[in-house]
Design a protein around this ligand. Structure first.
Ligand SMILES: [Zn+2]
Length: 179
């Protein structure tokens, strides 16, 4: 379907807000691989993506290495395709990602392989999905457990009661990454 058709069905959809969200999620996800910490992005990701990212981190860690996504920049994000089934809306996006792609040793932080001087360019295809039954959400929301204010763009965990916020009940989450 077209963006206009989606807006008629999913009335809270805003294209420019969605595109900036895609950029934030992509940058945070790749940075989390480099930093070995998914906490600031986990709530934007489906369980399958969390498993995939954790496996990538573990594969490098087992070799005592870290995959760097250094000087990361995302551009040209656009919507490729919008589809739906009975339960979900699906949005596929593409983005140009530039970064210094290299691997370092965790023993001494020295370069193992790759190039830490010249950025490479890759095209990332992301698939997002949103429950049709989702409730409209603002960027600043209240924690469903304790009522504390949450800023879902910065963190998915309530700073007061420490519970993780389930964004999939409210908004689009990243369902798949293809590169
Ligand atoms: Zn809370």
């Amino acid at each position: 379907m077209t963006i206009d058709e989606l807006i008629r069905k999913d009335t809270s959809f805003n294209e420019s807000e969605f595109i900036s969200k895609v950029n934030i999620v992509l940058i945070k996800t790749l940075s989390s691989i480099m930093l070995d910490n998914l906490n600031s992005v986990k709530h934007f990701l489906s369980p399958e993506v969390v498993d995939k990212v954790n496996l990538e981190i573990k594969n490098y860690k087992d070799k005592n290495e870290c995959h760097m996504y250094d000087e990361l920049n995302v551009s040209n994000t656009k919507i490729n395709k919008i589809t739906e089934d009975n339960e979900y809306y699906y949005i596929e996006t593409s983005s140009t990602v530039k970064y210094l792609d290299y691997i370092i040793s965790l023993d001494n932080n020295e370069l193992v392989s790759g190039d830490n001087n010249n950025r490479i360019e890759k095209n990332y295809i992301l698939s997002f999905k949103k429950l049709k039954s989702a409730v409209k959400a603002n960027n600043v929301m209240k924690c469903p457990y304790c009522g504390n204010s949450l800023d879902i763009n910065s963190d998915g965990q309530c700073h007061y009661c420490r519970k993780t916020f389930d964004l999939s009940k409210y908004d689009y989450i990243l369902d798949r990454i293809n590169r």
